[in-house]
Design a protein around this ligand. Structure first.
Ligand code: TRP
Ligand code: SF4
Length: 330
């Protein structure tokens, strides 16, 4: 297809507006990879249903908001295929075919399954769809014969599982249909939330990517610093301060100075926060204006997803022909 290094697929569940944890956990990596690989970026709306099948009212809006965030951060429909999982029915067909040869025990032993069953309370997740979540993910990846998948560390077991499925298919049908996809781990960056826990929608401690730049200082003021610092000249400990963790992302050249003057009690937290706010503003201003621009054309996202659907379907259909015939169908 091109002189690219290979094919990449990654996906995100449509959870609505993205936050800076998503930006530095995944999106910035996608933006870089789209120049080096043939990239497929998938809005995995069926996956969203595995946990929120009882409240489905927001899915459409969430998809729109999420794709707007992708584009405003630099995901480019000219470079990457941007599409919706439920638009390409082959994901469901491949999932079904793979389900025939997937031992239940492989699914049951995946650590994310056991953990989430415990964590997500108040919902019945003893469902068929939830157990099969990683297999649907494997189908997403294998359908495009992806060579690599960029994900956060928490998803690594799912990619490992995908490799096992690929090996099993290739072994059972005596031909190399699927490459075994490598895991590309996102560069490890801790993005703390406003309350110093991990930034996450469920903790209500996020800064959204689409935030108006003028609102940034207000959010930053809410962030927790070293609680041991009461007066401006008390020596501080940047290691336990979320402002410092953010400086690490937005202002790497300034880090050394801040560390020294914080430990020496020479800089106050108010000043340190102001400084950080202007770094974040500088970073997010172009993202904000791009989003504004995109919002002017409400049909834009629909068009992009339609184009993406066509391109994705074409590749998917090629793979389906191979796997159907390998399995004695078609
Ligand atoms: N399970 C992933 C997550 O929760 C989302 C996902 C679905 C995905 N299909 C994928 C990620 C395929 C990478 C490749 O983040
Ligand atoms: Fe954190 Fe900066 Fe205050 Fe130090 S001076 S505790 S790094 S906000």
């Amino acid at each position: 297809m091109s002189e690219k290094k290979g094919t990449i697929l990654s996906g995100m569940r449509p959870t609505g507006k993205l936050h800076m944890g998503n930006m530095f956990g995944a999106l910035d990596n996608w933006v870089k990879l789209q120049d080096e690989y043939d990239c497929f970026f998938c809005v995995v709306d069926w996956h969203a249903l595995t946990t929120s099948y009882e409240e489905t009212g927001n899915i459409k809006d969430s998809i729109n908001e999420m794709v707007l965030d992708w584009l405003s951060c630099g995901i480019d429909p000219e470079k990457a295929v941007i599409f919706k999982q439920s638009d390409v029915k082959a994901h469901a067909e491949l999932h079904l075919l793979l389900s025939m040869l997937t031992p239940l025990s492989w699914l049951e032993r995946i650590p994310t399954y056991k953990e989430q069953l415990k964590q997500i309370e108040g919902r019945n997740l003893a469902t068929y769809g939830f157990l099969g979540y990683p297999l649907l993910q494997a189908a997403d990846i294998l359908l495009y014969k992806a060579n690599a998948v960029p994900v956060g560390e928490d998803q690594a077991p799912h990619i490992e599982f995908t490799r096992e499925i690929a090996r099993r298919v290739n072994y059972l049908y005596g031909q190399t249909i699927f490459p075994e996809p490598a895991t590309i781990l996102n560069e490890y960056k801790i993005v703390p939330g406003l309350d110093n826990r991990k930034m996450s929608k469920s903790y209500d401690n996020v800064i959204e990517i689409s935030i108006h730049p003028e609102e940034i200082p207000g959010r930053v003021r809410m962030m927790i610093t070293d609680p041991g610092r009461i007066r401006k000249n008390d020596p501080g400990n940047p290691e336990i301060c979320s402002i410092f963790a953010f400086h690490r992302i937005f202002n790497p050249p300034g880090l050394g100075n801040i560390e020294v003057s914080c430990r020496g009690g020479e800089i106050g937290c108010v000043e340190c926060k102001k400084d950080l706010s202007s770094w974040i503003q500088k970073y997010l201003e172009p993202v904000y204006s791009k989003r504004r621009e995109l919002e002017k054309d409400p049909q834009k996202i629909r068009h992009i997803l339609e184009e993406g659907k066509k391109k994705a379907e074409k590749v998917a259909e090629g793979t389906m022909e191979e796997i159907r015939s390998a399995m004695g169908l078609g």
